[in-house]
Design a protein around this ligand. Structure first.
Ligand code: TYM
Length: 344
């Protein structure tokens, strides 16, 4: 095969892409595992942040609810401190390059690679035959999201690590197959203390939008009373807090609350154990409630304010969509050229 006689601009060096599904309440896991980090990284990186509505419909969404959830999640990103002037905030379906590149990647990724994806197995459950085809190829669209911008860094929670490894494999196989050095290998950026925030009701399940129990998660829209109630009811064990992190082994619920405290206070689990070693959970939960309300309530207030400003939120998405299209379109042109699509 001859290498295409085309030259490309170099890939950007510090470009972040990350996304969140607008499928319901944003929760503390989304915030501590990902979104807070997006806001923190935006000064050092070019940030592209996406409400992935096309991923959302891999499981049926009521259209009215989807529209409302896209606006609410956008408000969440803004309330978390992402600056729409510096960073790009948009919903995925506005930029055709995502779906176009996903098709190319459907032809690059191998069935065996996708068959190994644990998230598909979890979400499809026992009845794989009834899962949508979109759910199966979901990680290819995710690779396209990132690589349509040739993004270099991807801040996510730990549950997305396997999908990112797949994106790296796709980038490499594309480069090898076509004899080019076009796509970078995107690096996951994962926060240590908040990589995996667990359910407040079950320390072995991750905090999730799809958990039927609202008591399992702290939503970014919860008010102070709701936060206090959920933390008070959070499952723990009868022991006091240990003075060292080792003492949290086999104590998943306790470990989760200590991890949340550490992440919210920007400290470490070691420090939290030092400060609270020997305290009862009743006392620790009071301190955690105070901290959570202090950190989250300004964000909740801003989300409530933005809920009354749909035209403003839509304007942010429209502007972000335009800027994202401008970045992706020339890359898609390059990619179509590499693949050999005639573009007369
Ligand atoms: P989603 O919508 O499930 O979650 C958005 C982000 O929140 C993180 N997260 C968590 N982190 C810690 N603890 C938790 N309990 C927790 N729950 C969620 C996720 O890891 C994620 O970073 N497939 C992605 C969306 C996506 C994407 C992308 C991400 C689509 N394209 C491209 C990065 C790059 C998802 O469903 O995230």
């Amino acid at each position: 095969m001859s290498t295409p006689d085309i030259s490309f601009p170099p890939a950007p060096e510090n470009r972040i892409f990350s996304g969140v599904q607008p499928t319901g309440n944003l929760h503390l896991g989304n915030y501590l595992g990902a979104i807070r980090n997006w806001a923190r990284l935006q000064d050092d990186y070019e940030g592209i942040y996406c409400l992935v509505d096309m991923h959302a419909i891999t499981v049926f969404q009521d259209p009215e609810e989807l529209r409302a959830n896209i606006r609410e999640a956008t408000a969440g990103l803004l309330a978390a401190g992402i600056d729409p002037k510096t960073s790009i905030i948009f919903n995925q379906s506005q930029v055709p390059g995502h779906a176009e590149l996903a098709w190319v990647f459907n032809c690059v990724a191998r069935m065996g690679w996708l068959n190994r994806m644990t998230q598909f197995k979890d979400k499809a459950g026992k009845n794989r035959e009834r899962a949508s085809v979109g759910l199966f190829v979901y990680p290819n669209l995710m690779a396209a999201d990132i690589l349509a911008y040739r993004a270099t860094h991807v801040p996510v929670g730990e549950d997305q690590k396997q999908h990112l490894e797949l994106a790296r494999d796709i980038a490499q196989k594309f480069n090898n197959d076509y004899g080019v050095d076009y796509f970078p290998q995107p690096e996951p950026v994962i926060q240590k203390e908040a990589a995996r925030i667990m359910s407040l009701r079950d320390g072995s399940a991750k905090m999730s939008k799809s958990d039927p129990s609202d008591a399992s998660r702290i939503n970014l829209t919860d008010d102070a009373d709701a936060i206090a109630k959920k933390i008070r009811k959070a499952r723990t064990d009868p022991e006091a807090l240990p003075g060292e992190v080792d003492g949290l082994a086999e104590r998943a619920e306790a470990r989760n609350l200590v991890g949340i405290f550490a992440a919210l206070s920007d400290s470490t689990m070691e420090d939290v154990c030092k400060d609270f070693g020997g305290s009862s959970f009743a006392d620790f939960k009071k301190a955690l409630t105070e901290l959570a309300v202090d950190k989250l309530s300004p964000m909740t207030a801003e989300m409530v304010r933005l809920a009354d400003e749909p035209a403003y939120v839509d304007g942010i998405l429209r502007d972000g969509g335009e800027r994202a299209r401008d970045l992706a379109a020339p890359n898609l042109k390059d990619i179509y050229n590499i693949v050999g699509f005639l573009q007369p």
